[in-house]
Write a protein that binds this ligand. Structure first.
Ligand SMILES: C[S@@+](CC[C@H](N)C(=O)[O-])C[C@H]1O[C@@H](n2cnc3c(N)ncnc32)[C@H](O)[C@@H]1O
Length: 438
């Protein structure tokens, strides 16, 4: 733990904190309640968010996550009796989050399940959805037919909260029912995959979700937190925020990394499926049928964006981009774009916070083409320039949690254990805690 006013710490000297690493937490604990509704890359463990909320807020405070992902911050805020606002550029993230923060009356869910099963059995199904061509690459015709039937049965559910609950389960299940290589963090076909019946697998997942909803519902009811305000939006965190300036008590967030996960690609099955259904998902329709490439570019950290112009607000970032420029100009441009975007987000965070409000940014360092991309150091520099003052810097061990810890040393791409040219990434991450001065 380091606490020096307005000075960036020497990150190499920080020692991993047991208290913040949660290395002994079981999978059951990290996927408790609604947290396991839908897989999501690089999601928080809830214990980390809970600790920050308890340490830096009191009941009724407003907690915001501008890279909301699948909604961990909002779920933990609600459980702790705090108001929560989250947003993400990814509409799938919004769908998942809205489902995870909405406890559904178990009786309504039971009725809806019967509606779903009856419709599935009795539906006189004629295909009404014209699928995006790319879906035929991921699914065989028989599976697509079965999925159409399930999707049709979901449409017959009358409660809108329950229908969303089923759509979330459907979205989660798409990968299982497709040719997608499950553990891959890039869209890859699994030639040997044995695809299980989609109706059986969605029902298995639904059973678990229904049980967890009941627990969530009871927990919130008992604590008197069931009606606590929790809102989620689809918004770009580099632009205008759906939160009034000067109102936030705590920001808890974990930004995307540069050229790491391509979130738009990773969620393409759900995006393309829902985007093809103009009757239920009007606002998604064009985006995913016609404008997928443009949509992809709005994600921070993605590659192949047009070059942005702007000061990086960080000498460390300038040096990183300069070093990369010698090796690979296009990669250097991607990294510069990333730092420009992150600078904008830190400035927005500062505006959004109340005087005295706290920001907890969870971020890790990486390396590309042998150049260390010291995101944490850059973040501190950019945050100090935005006006923040330092509170605390914590190093946490995440070695046991990371799914894909290896990158190829020359290409910088994710790789496997068999590659002799691999190096480890994401062994640790940092919790940067800073404050808007009073
Ligand atoms: C590391 S993930 C956050 C995961 C989250 N902490 C959770 O527990 O699910 C980063 C998120 O940033 C989002 N993102 C990328 N570019 C964005 C942008 N311009 N505005 C808002 N969100 C963005 C991605 O869609 C992704 O969900």
């Amino acid at each position: 733990m380091v606490s020096m006013k307005n000075v960036s710490p020497d990150f190499s000297k920080l020692v991993a904190s047991d208290e913040w690493s949660f290395s002994d937490e079981s999978r059951a604990n990290t996927s408790t309640l609604t947290h396991s509704y839908h897989r999501y890359p690089a999601k928080f463990i809830p214990q980390l968010v809970d600790k920050l909320i308890q340490q830096y807020t009191v009941e009724g405070d407003l907690v915001v996550d501008p890279f909301g992902g699948c909604g961990t911050t909002l779920v933990e805020s609600k459980l702790n009796g705090r108001r929560g606002i989250g947003f993400d550029i990814n509409p799938i993230a919004k769908l998942i989050t809205q489902t995870k923060i909405t406890p559904v009356d178990p009786e309504i869910l039971e009725k809806s399940h019967q509606q779903f099963l009856d419709a599935y059995e009795n539906i006189d199904f004629k295909e009404t959805i014209t699928h995006n061509d790319r879906l035929h690459y991921w699914f065989d015709d028989e599976t697509l037919g079965k999925l159409d039937r399930i999707y049709g049965a979901i449409s017959s559910i009358t409660s809108s909260d329950a229908k969303r609950f089923y759509l979330c389960a459907f979205s989660h299940n798409l990968k299982n029912s497709s040719r997608w290589l499950m553990k891959s963090i890039k869209p890859t076909i699994d030639k040997n995959k044995k695809i299980s019946d989609p109706f059986l697998s969605i029902n298995r997942h639904l059973k678990q979700m229904i049980r967890k909803n009941e627990l969530f519902y009871e927990t919130l009811n008992q604590a008197g937190n069931i009606n606590n305000i929790s809102k989620v939006y689809q918004a770009d965190s580099t632009k205008k925020w759906p939160v009034e300036d000067g109102t936030i008590d705590l920001i808890v967030t974990s930004p995307p990394y540069v050229t790491s996960y391509e979130y738009a690609d990773l969620h393409q099955l759900s995006l393309l499926w829902f985007g093809s259904d103009s009757s239920q998902f009007k606002s998604w329709h064009n985006k995913f049928t016609k404008e997928f490439i443009d949509f992809r570019r709005d994600f921070i950290g993605t590659s192949s964006k047009p070059k942005k112009i702007g000061d990086l607000n960080s000498e460390i970032a300038e040096k990183i981009v300069g070093d990369l420029m010698q090796i690979n100009k296009s990669l250097a441009r991607d990294v510069a774009n990333y730092f420009i975007d992150m600078k904008k987000v830190f400035n927005r965070m500062y505006k959004g916070l109340k005087d005295g409000g706290t920001a907890g940014v969870i971020i890790g360092n990486t390396a590309l083409k042998g150049v260390n991309i010291t995101n944490a150091e850059v973040a501190v520099e950019q945050m100090l320039k935005a006006g923040f003052e330092t509170v605390d810097f914590i190093k946490r061990d995440i070695s046991s949690k990371v799914i894909a810890p290896w990158r190829d040393s020359s290409t910088g791409k994710f790789t496997g254990l068999k590659n002799p040219n691999r190096h480890r990434v994401y062994e640790y991450e940092y919790v940067i805690i800073m404050r808007k001065p009073i």
